[in-house]
Design a binder for this molecule. Structure first.
Ligand SMILES: [Cu+2]
Length: 68
């Protein structure tokens, strides 16, 4: 499954690295492309292992705002 997650609050490469770090730690996430300019992450994941909600929560736990 591949989904775009819209994220508010990312301002620089450091923010991008933090989001990438959180995604890299999640079991079931296969690949991701985070763009500060486009304010989004495109995440490919195995929905049998991890839910979209869990991925969104991990991003929100960093202090960013996920737009639903
Ligand atoms: Cu930043």
């Amino acid at each position: 499954m591949k989904k775009q997650i819209d994220i508010n609050g990312m301002a620089c490469g450091h923010c991008k690295s933090r989001v990438e770090g959180a995604l890299s730690k999640l079991n079931g996430v296969k690949s991701y492309d985070v763009s500060v300019e486009d304010k989004r992450a495109i995440v490919e994941y195995d929905e049998n292992v991890v839910s979209l909600e869990a991925i969104e929560q991990a991003i929100e736990d960093l202090g960013f705002d996920v737009a639903y």
